[in-house]
Design a protein around this ligand. Structure first.
Ligand code: ADE
Length: 238
Protein backbone atom coordinates (compact mmCIF):
# COMPACT_ATOMS: atom_id res chain seq x y z
CA UNK A 1 0.00 0.00 0.00
CA UNK A 2 1.40 3.38 -1.00
CA UNK A 3 0.31 6.47 0.92
CA UNK A 4 1.10 9.97 -0.20
CA UNK A 5 0.24 12.62 2.37
CA UNK A 6 0.15 16.24 1.25
CA UNK A 7 0.88 18.36 4.31
CA UNK A 8 2.62 21.50 5.54
CA UNK A 9 3.86 19.39 8.50
CA UNK A 10 5.54 16.28 7.05
CA UNK A 11 7.47 15.51 10.25
CA UNK A 12 4.26 15.28 12.23
CA UNK A 13 2.73 12.78 9.80
CA UNK A 14 5.95 10.77 9.38
CA UNK A 15 5.86 9.95 13.07
CA UNK A 16 3.00 7.52 12.30
CA UNK A 17 5.58 5.01 11.00
CA UNK A 18 7.90 5.41 14.01
CA UNK A 19 6.38 2.71 16.21
CA UNK A 20 4.11 -0.28 16.55
CA UNK A 21 2.10 -2.12 13.91
CA UNK A 22 2.44 0.68 11.33
CA UNK A 23 6.19 1.02 11.95
CA UNK A 24 6.68 -2.72 11.48
CA UNK A 25 4.53 -2.77 8.34
CA UNK A 26 6.68 -0.04 6.83
CA UNK A 27 9.95 -1.79 7.73
CA UNK A 28 8.65 -5.02 6.19
CA UNK A 29 7.70 -3.21 2.98
CA UNK A 30 3.94 -3.81 3.35
CA UNK A 31 3.30 -0.08 3.17
CA UNK A 32 5.15 3.03 2.10
CA UNK A 33 4.51 6.59 3.31
CA UNK A 34 5.69 9.65 1.42
CA UNK A 35 4.89 13.13 2.69
CA UNK A 36 4.90 15.98 0.21
CA UNK A 37 4.97 19.64 1.25
CA UNK A 38 3.00 22.09 -0.93
CA UNK A 39 5.54 24.73 0.12
CA UNK A 40 7.98 22.98 -2.21
CA UNK A 41 5.60 23.76 -5.10
CA UNK A 42 5.46 27.54 -4.53
CA UNK A 43 7.27 29.95 -6.85
CA UNK A 44 7.56 33.18 -4.83
CA UNK A 45 10.55 34.05 -2.64
CA UNK A 46 8.51 33.74 0.56
CA UNK A 47 7.19 30.29 -0.44
CA UNK A 48 3.65 31.45 0.40
CA UNK A 49 1.04 28.72 0.86
CA UNK A 50 -1.85 30.77 2.32
CA UNK A 51 -3.91 33.85 1.48
CA UNK A 52 -6.94 35.83 2.72
CA UNK A 53 -10.44 34.60 1.87
CA UNK A 54 -12.42 36.47 -0.80
CA UNK A 55 -15.46 38.07 0.84
CA UNK A 56 -13.59 38.67 4.06
CA UNK A 57 -13.80 36.81 7.33
CA UNK A 58 -11.30 35.54 9.86
CA UNK A 59 -8.26 33.44 9.11
CA UNK A 60 -6.45 32.35 6.00
CA UNK A 61 -6.95 29.67 3.36
CA UNK A 62 -4.49 27.39 1.59
CA UNK A 63 -3.84 28.70 -1.92
CA UNK A 64 -5.04 26.55 -4.81
CA UNK A 65 -2.03 26.95 -7.13
CA UNK A 66 0.61 25.11 -5.06
CA UNK A 67 -1.96 22.53 -3.90
CA UNK A 68 -3.00 21.67 -7.48
CA UNK A 69 0.64 21.28 -8.53
CA UNK A 70 1.37 19.04 -5.54
CA UNK A 71 -1.67 16.83 -6.08
CA UNK A 72 -1.04 16.47 -9.80
CA UNK A 73 2.60 15.51 -9.35
CA UNK A 74 1.54 12.85 -6.82
CA UNK A 75 -1.23 11.58 -9.11
CA UNK A 76 1.36 11.18 -11.84
CA UNK A 77 3.74 9.32 -9.53
CA UNK A 78 1.09 6.95 -8.16
CA UNK A 79 -1.10 6.23 -11.20
CA UNK A 80 -4.70 5.54 -10.25
CA UNK A 81 -4.58 6.71 -6.61
CA UNK A 82 -7.73 8.34 -5.17
CA UNK A 83 -7.35 11.80 -3.64
CA UNK A 84 -9.03 12.01 -0.24
CA UNK A 85 -9.37 15.39 1.47
CA UNK A 86 -9.65 15.24 5.28
CA UNK A 87 -12.11 17.80 6.64
CA UNK A 88 -14.99 18.09 9.13
CA UNK A 89 -17.33 18.50 6.09
CA UNK A 90 -16.45 15.00 4.86
CA UNK A 91 -18.21 11.65 5.02
CA UNK A 92 -17.97 10.24 8.57
CA UNK A 93 -15.21 7.62 8.63
CA UNK A 94 -16.27 4.00 9.14
CA UNK A 95 -14.39 0.71 9.27
CA UNK A 96 -15.82 -0.32 5.87
CA UNK A 97 -14.18 2.75 4.24
CA UNK A 98 -10.80 1.76 5.71
CA UNK A 99 -11.31 -1.81 4.47
CA UNK A 100 -12.16 -0.62 0.94
CA UNK A 101 -9.14 1.72 0.85
CA UNK A 102 -6.81 -1.08 2.01
CA UNK A 103 -7.82 -2.97 -1.15
CA UNK A 104 -6.98 -0.02 -3.48
CA UNK A 105 -3.20 -0.25 -3.21
CA UNK A 106 -2.60 3.51 -2.98
CA UNK A 107 -4.10 6.77 -1.72
CA UNK A 108 -3.28 10.47 -1.71
CA UNK A 109 -4.38 12.10 1.55
CA UNK A 110 -4.74 15.87 1.46
CA UNK A 111 -4.43 17.78 4.74
CA UNK A 112 -5.81 21.28 5.14
CA UNK A 113 -4.50 23.91 7.58
CA UNK A 114 -5.74 27.38 8.52
CA UNK A 115 -9.48 27.76 7.75
CA UNK A 116 -9.28 25.17 4.97
CA UNK A 117 -8.48 25.07 1.26
CA UNK A 118 -9.78 26.92 -1.80
CA UNK A 119 -12.98 25.08 -2.87
CA UNK A 120 -11.77 24.82 -6.49
CA UNK A 121 -9.09 22.32 -5.42
CA UNK A 122 -11.92 20.07 -4.22
CA UNK A 123 -13.88 20.64 -7.46
CA UNK A 124 -10.87 19.85 -9.64
CA UNK A 125 -8.86 17.15 -7.89
CA UNK A 126 -10.56 15.66 -4.81
CA UNK A 127 -12.31 12.31 -5.25
CA UNK A 128 -13.63 11.94 -1.69
CA UNK A 129 -13.86 14.07 1.44
CA UNK A 130 -13.65 12.23 4.78
CA UNK A 131 -14.19 13.37 8.37
CA UNK A 132 -12.96 11.51 11.45
CA UNK A 133 -15.72 12.94 13.66
CA UNK A 134 -17.93 15.88 14.53
CA UNK A 135 -15.25 18.09 16.04
CA UNK A 136 -12.72 20.49 14.54
CA UNK A 137 -8.97 19.87 14.60
CA UNK A 138 -6.36 22.46 13.67
CA UNK A 139 -5.51 20.55 10.50
CA UNK A 140 -6.08 17.31 8.60
CA UNK A 141 -2.79 15.70 9.69
CA UNK A 142 -4.14 13.78 12.69
CA UNK A 143 -7.06 12.60 10.54
CA UNK A 144 -4.65 11.43 7.80
CA UNK A 145 -2.66 9.55 10.44
CA UNK A 146 -5.86 7.90 11.62
CA UNK A 147 -6.51 6.73 8.06
CA UNK A 148 -2.92 5.49 7.55
CA UNK A 149 -3.04 3.56 10.83
CA UNK A 150 -6.53 2.15 10.31
CA UNK A 151 -5.76 0.99 6.75
CA UNK A 152 -2.27 -0.37 7.44
CA UNK A 153 -3.36 -2.72 10.20
CA UNK A 154 -5.86 -4.26 7.75
CA UNK A 155 -3.18 -5.15 5.18
CA UNK A 156 -2.65 -8.90 4.91
CA UNK A 157 0.24 -9.89 7.20
CA UNK A 158 0.35 -6.54 9.07
CA UNK A 159 -0.97 -8.00 12.31
CA UNK A 160 0.87 -10.84 13.97
CA UNK A 161 -2.19 -12.98 14.54
CA UNK A 162 -4.23 -13.68 11.39
CA UNK A 163 -7.61 -13.51 13.12
CA UNK A 164 -6.86 -10.18 14.83
CA UNK A 165 -8.37 -7.85 12.23
CA UNK A 166 -11.28 -10.18 11.51
CA UNK A 167 -12.23 -10.22 15.19
CA UNK A 168 -12.03 -6.42 15.56
CA UNK A 169 -14.86 -4.24 16.79
CA UNK A 170 -16.98 -3.05 13.84
CA UNK A 171 -15.85 -5.80 11.45
CA UNK A 172 -19.09 -7.63 12.26
CA UNK A 173 -20.92 -4.36 13.00
CA UNK A 174 -20.65 -4.85 16.79
CA UNK A 175 -18.48 -3.52 19.60
CA UNK A 176 -15.80 -5.89 20.88
CA UNK A 177 -16.34 -8.16 23.91
CA UNK A 178 -14.24 -7.67 27.09
CA UNK A 179 -10.80 -9.34 27.24
CA UNK A 180 -8.74 -10.67 30.16
CA UNK A 181 -5.19 -11.89 30.74
CA UNK A 182 -3.25 -13.09 33.81
CA UNK A 183 -3.54 -12.97 36.76
CA UNK A 184 -6.83 -14.82 37.25
CA UNK A 185 -7.70 -12.54 40.19
CA UNK A 186 -6.72 -8.90 40.66
CA UNK A 187 -7.91 -6.84 43.61
CA UNK A 188 -11.26 -8.62 44.13
CA UNK A 189 -12.01 -9.13 40.44
CA UNK A 190 -11.95 -12.58 38.81
CA UNK A 191 -11.66 -13.53 35.15
CA UNK A 192 -15.09 -14.83 34.04
CA UNK A 193 -15.16 -18.62 34.70
CA UNK A 194 -16.22 -19.54 31.18
CA UNK A 195 -12.92 -18.20 29.77
CA UNK A 196 -11.02 -20.73 31.91
CA UNK A 197 -13.27 -23.64 30.92
CA UNK A 198 -11.48 -24.62 27.72
CA UNK A 199 -14.91 -25.11 26.11
CA UNK A 200 -14.55 -23.12 22.88
CA UNK A 201 -18.22 -23.27 21.97
CA UNK A 202 -19.21 -21.81 25.34
CA UNK A 203 -16.45 -19.18 25.09
CA UNK A 204 -17.58 -18.08 21.61
CA UNK A 205 -21.20 -17.88 22.75
CA UNK A 206 -20.23 -15.83 25.84
CA UNK A 207 -18.13 -13.45 23.73
CA UNK A 208 -20.95 -12.94 21.26
CA UNK A 209 -23.43 -12.28 24.07
CA UNK A 210 -21.07 -9.72 25.64
CA UNK A 211 -20.48 -8.00 22.28
CA UNK A 212 -24.22 -7.85 21.60
CA UNK A 213 -25.01 -6.60 25.13
CA UNK A 214 -22.40 -3.85 25.02
CA UNK A 215 -23.56 -2.77 21.59
CA UNK A 216 -27.19 -2.66 22.77
CA UNK A 217 -26.27 -0.57 25.82
CA UNK A 218 -23.56 1.70 24.43
CA UNK A 219 -24.21 1.99 20.70
CA UNK A 220 -27.77 0.85 19.86
CA UNK A 221 -27.44 2.81 16.58
CA UNK A 222 -24.99 0.16 15.31
CA UNK A 223 -27.59 -2.60 15.62
CA UNK A 224 -29.88 -0.76 13.20
CA UNK A 225 -27.47 -1.49 10.32
CA UNK A 226 -26.43 -5.01 11.37
CA UNK A 227 -28.06 -8.23 10.18
CA UNK A 228 -28.30 -10.59 13.16
CA UNK A 229 -28.91 -14.30 12.60
CA UNK A 230 -31.47 -16.19 14.72
CA UNK A 231 -28.87 -17.63 17.12
CA UNK A 232 -27.50 -14.11 17.79
CA UNK A 233 -30.98 -12.66 18.36
CA UNK A 234 -31.51 -15.13 21.22
CA UNK A 235 -28.46 -13.66 22.98
CA UNK A 236 -29.81 -10.09 23.00
CA UNK A 237 -30.77 -8.51 26.33
CA UNK A 238 -34.59 -8.54 26.74
N1 ADE B 1 -9.58 18.50 9.86
C1 ADE B 1 -10.00 19.25 10.89
N2 ADE B 1 -10.93 18.61 11.59
C2 ADE B 1 -11.13 17.39 10.99
C3 ADE B 1 -11.98 16.29 11.23
N3 ADE B 1 -12.83 16.27 12.23
N4 ADE B 1 -11.89 15.23 10.39
C4 ADE B 1 -11.04 15.26 9.35
N5 ADE B 1 -10.23 16.27 9.07
C5 ADE B 1 -10.25 17.33 9.87
Amino acid sequence: MQFSVITLFPELVESVVAEGVVGRAEKRGLMELKCVNPRDFTEDVHRTVDDRPYGGGPGMLMRPDCLLKTIRSERERLGKAKVIYLSPQGKPLEQSMLQALSEEGSAILLCGRYEGIDERVIDLEVDEEWSIGDYVLSGGELAAMVVVDGVTRLLPEALGHKGSAIEDSFTDGLLDCPHYTRPERIEDLDVPKVLLSGNHQHIEKWRKKQALGRTQLRRPDLLQNTELNESDKVLLIE
